[in-house]
Unconditional design. Structure first.
Lengths: 160, 764
């Protein structure tokens, strides 16, 4: 068996160290080693976006990043979104818009939405549809998800 | 953007009548699901847990001559290896599949793990439990299987030929109730006859006869199947499963493993989509056997490839349809032959395709011949309105052709022939109160339909759809807490907000806020028997059980208040969460006050309810779509889409809209892109989300919804199922829109760019 790699990283603002096999993906590390199971596996090959996390400011599919690659990096996952004031505006607008049915894609969509609105706080419907094309949802037909992200824009603006 | 309309008359009525129903509260499980805390199938972690992986057949059709697991067993980290030989002999035992009836158990066992023959590419043949998923995968490569490869049978029509290779030497056609004399791939042929089609066709001024085909498509839920089993030495088996029905899993595992139901507890996790595909068992019995052999908990999680290869797609199909109409647009007769793929073992959903096919219309003369055909593809499973899209696609396309021949508006032909209460359906059952006419009228009058569509290569399509819905058994347990809230335990797994739509019905009875009802989905030891989350039945049937629980709590509270006040219970009433006397002495107390009082006295208020409602009523929808066709590439763009549907009563309108929008988009995927590609050897070539092309957000506009409410007299609040019917109309609506955009009629699904380009080339 291959020797394990020692990795130091920042996850949701906190320093974390772990050992992982070189072949383990970031998603496996998050879920199996760090017990952060909010990031979901839908495909394990970068097609569905259910494991979307933000790696040094970049939206990535955790299933196609190796755990060993995040040494020295900062990772944001769905578990880090709440703050002392409660839910993140996107979490709140997803609830208010009924933008989830089964909810398995929801953490990925919220991370994708967060990443988009950080870059483009006034994203249009078209911008959202383009940005979120890497995230699959089979329940909602995307309508209410797009509305939830649009609805979060003014709230994020106020929060600033 | 167009917000959803709720038709005016109903809206007014809802406002008057109800306090909770028709509002849009935040779902009870919402915070868990937006924070990543909700536990889905693969999230289960137990001390000492092993990871199971399944070895699958590389061949579509092959005899299994031998399996050697010695090398795999010897690998470091491997704790157990199993094959079908580890299952008890199915013999002649049968399995009860509820609405699907009593079936032999052997095919069900063989589908979970092949014993002597693999009948589709990806069929499970062995499994390993190891300390990590990677070690389990390595061990699979060490298992030696000797196959004798046989020719695959992939086409549903060719499979019916007398000289086709046979999947099962012991399968004899059930031919209209009689067993045939020679084995065949046709598992059954059944028929519905109403009136006399020859008379009906004689009355027709125009007759069309066409063939329609649907490719095999998958439900496409984002969460792969996952099951964790812990088999204790005392014989008690606990399972954590992502499933549409914890009791269905309990029944299936009990039957396959031949262990008493009482030794088996199934704990449903959150479920990441199912659409019918998470009703059968796959890895559940495998995890159980591996756990027994390894004496440790075992989790078996599929990867996406396995989901495509080995779990239920829905039937690909061939439909031949002949219909006749008069010059006035009255349908005089319809005759059809339906052949549906069952996959590797008998049991397609062709019967439901037959029942729904002509249900939107009142036709005097119909004949329906239905064939259930085995082919070397995964055993099919239900998929949202199972069977209905395949057959209704044909009818809805042909009606549009008649409209063009007769120069008639598509809404007019549907209104002219639309089914009403009391009309006898093609299988002999009269329609209950349905909203067919009201829905079509709402579609005709909607802003979208009334706005002309302009521009080259653009067309507007209309199609309707019907789904039969289901009632079946549901249970809840409700208990009043000392603070006046109600704890509600449900047997129905929640795939799309049903905790809330069920809780709302109990809250309505008591007149309390829905936030004061705390619903949870519980395990098979903790609530009465409940059938699967399917058939659009949960808000209808489990909601009804909650309604009954509310009524029981209400009458107990009235009795207890009468006891406190020393008055006759007939002089006490409960409304809007307040109990009052009606004898003129104006005494009152809130439920919360009485609950505190009763709690101190140790008096338990609550109820256990089980219902099996029969009058679920059918669901009806009419859709309007505008498309633009790129004549060079064949790409079809959805410009605008409006779905109109009779919900009976929309308990939580946001989640009704969500069902409509989700169903529409699955229908759009089915119409334009989705299909299983097999090569000549029967290997599935597109078992990934990249190559099995489901719609993304970029492919779609907003999906406009109009909820029509024609209350179902078979439910206390008028609910009818809403989840499934919206997947029925899109395929034909889009085909009709393409026909009107560029003048080609497409009867084969999907209408992918290459199909459209080919049809355009053939036309010119």
């Amino acid at each position: 068996m291959a020797a394990k790699v020692h990795v130091t990283a920042t996850i949701n603002g906190e320093p974390v160290e772990f050992l992982c096999e070189p072949r383990q993906s970031l998603l496996e590390v998050l879920r199996d080693e760090l017990k952060l199971t909010g990031s979901k596996e839908g495909c394990n090959n970068g097609n569905c976006g259910a494991c979307s996390v933000i790696l040094d400011g970049l939206l990535v599919d955790a299933c196609i990043v190796l755990g060993a690659e995040i040494d020295g990096c900062s990772v944001e996952t769905i578990e880090g979104l709440m703050d002392s004031e409660g839910l993140h505006p996107l979490q709140q607008t997803f609830l208010e818009n009924a933008a989830l049915q089964c909810g398995i894609c929801t953490p990925g969509f919220i991370m994708a939405g967060k990443s988009l609105l950080e870059k483009n706080p006034q994203a249009s419907e078209g911008d959202i549809r383009h940005w979120c094309a890497g995230n699959l949802c089979r329940c909602t037909g995307y309508d209410k998800i797009v509305r939830a992200i649009l609805d979060a824009e003014p709230q994020l603006e106020v929060k600033k | 953007m167009n917000p959803t309309e709720v038709m005016e008359p109903a809206k007014t009525e809802v406002k008057k009548k109800y306090k909770v129903i028709g509002t849009r509260p935040i779902r009870h499980d919402g915070v868990d699901k937006v924070t990543g805390r909700a536990v889905y199938g693969a999230d289960v972690q137990l001390p000492g847990m092993l990871h199971g992986k399944v070895l699958r057949s590389p061949h579509a059709h092959a005899l299994i001559k031998s399996i050697n697991t010695e090398k795999a067993e010897a690998l470091y980290g491997v704790k157990a290896v199993m094959t079908a030989a580890d299952f008890p002999d199915a013999g002649s035992r049968t399995a009860n599949l509820g609405e699907l009836g009593e079936v032999p158990l052997k095919p069900m066992c063989d589908n979970v793990m092949a014993s002597d023959k693999a009948v589709y590419h990806g069929h499970a043949v062995a499994a390993v439990a190891a300390t990590s998923p990677h070690i389990a995968e390595e061990a699979l490569k060490l298992i030696e299987v000797e196959y004798e490869v046989l020719p695959p049978v992939l086409d549903v029509v060719k499979a019916m030929d007398e000289d086709s290779p046979l999947l099962h030497e012991d399968l004899y056609t059930d031919e209209l109730g009689e067993k045939s004399s020679r084995p065949s791939n046709v598992a059954s042929h059944s028929r519905h006859v109403k009136g006399d089609v020859s008379q009906g066709f004689a009355e027709a001024d125009h007759v069309l006869e066409r063939e329609y085909r649907c490719a095999t498509v998958h439900q496409g839920y984002i969460e792969p199947h996952a099951a964790t089993a812990m088999w204790n030495p005392d014989g008690y088996l606990t399972m954590w499963v992502t499933t549409q029905g914890a009791f269905a899993v309990r029944t299936a595992v009990h039957q396959i493993l031949d262990i008493p139901v009482s030794r088996l507890k199934v704990i449903p996790t959150e479920i990441g989509g199912g659409f019918g595909g998470k009703i059968p068992v796959y890895g559940e019995p495998v995890a159980a056997v591996l756990s027994r052999k390894a004496r440790r908990p075992v989790k078996v999680v599929m990867d996406r490839t396995e989901v495509f290869l080995a779990t239920g797609p829905t039937s690909g199909s061939y439909v031949k349809l002949k219909m006749g109409v008069t010059n006035e647009g009255r349908i005089t007769a319809a005759e059809t032959m339906l052949a549906y793929e069952a996959g590797g073992y008998p049991g397609s959903i062709v019967a439901l395709g037959g029942i729904c096919m002509f249900a939107p219309y009142n036709i005097d003369h119909t004949t329906i011949d239905m064939y259930d055909v085995v082919v070397n593809k995964p055993k099919t499973a239900a998929y949202r309105a199972p069977g209905a899209p395949n057959s209704e696609f044909a009818v809805e396309c042909m009606l549009d052709e008649f409209c063009q021949i007769l120069d008639m508006d598509p809404m007019e032909i549907r209104l002219k022939n639309g089914a009403k209460e009391g009309d006898i359906q093609s299988h002999g059952i009269p329609h209950p109160r349905i909203g067919c006419i009201e829905t079509t009228e709402a579609a005709r009058d909607c802003e979208h339909y009334q706005t002309p569509l302009e521009g080259p290569n653009r067309g507007r399509g209309v199609a309707s759809g019907y789904w039969v819905n289901a009632g079946l058994t549901s249970s809840v347990t409700a208990r009043l807490n000392g603070d006046g809230t109600v704890t509600l335990q449900e047997g129905s797994t929640d795939i799309g907000g049903t905790r809330t739509s069920i809780a709302m019905q109990l809250a309505e009875v008591l007149g309390i806020p829905v936030e004061d009802v705390v619903p949870s989905v519980v395990d098979t030891d903790s609530v009465g028997y409940t059938e699967v989350t399917g058939g659009s039945r949960v808000t209808f049937a489990t909601g009804w059980a909650a309604y009954n629980a509310g009524q029981a709590i209400k009458s107990q509270l009235i009795e207890q208040a009468a006891e406190v006040w020393k008055v006759d219970k007939d002089q006490v009433t409960l409304a809007d969460g307040v109990i009052t006397t009606t004898n003129g002495d104006s005494r009152s107390m809130t439920i919360k006050e009485l609950a505190a009082n009763l709690s101190q006295k140790g008096i338990d208020v609550g109820s256990r309810e089980t219902v099996t409602p029969q009058n679920h009523g059918g669901a009806y929808a009419t859709h309007v779509v505008d498309v633009e066709v790129d004549p060079d590439t064949g790409k079809v763009t959805i410009l605008r889409y409006t779905a109109v549907q009779d919900a009976g009563r929309a308990i939580h309108p946001s989640y009704v809209e969500g069902q409509m929008q989700g169903g529409v988009v699955q229908g759009i995927g089915w119409a334009l892109n989705e299909e299983y590609f097999y090569n000549e050897e029967g290997n599935l070539m597109n078992a990934s989300f990249l190559d099995y092309r489901m719609p993304t957000s970029l492919d779609l506009p907003m999906i406009e919804t109009i909820i029509v409410e024609v209350p179902n007299p078979g439910h206390p609040y008028g609910v009818r199922g809403v989840g499934e019917v919206p997947i029925v109309p899109p395929q034909a609506a889009i085909s009709n829109a393409i026909a009107r955009a560029v003048g080609v009629r497409l009867g084969d699904l999907p209408m992918s760019p290459q199909t459209v380009v080919k049809a355009l080339a053939a036309k010119s």
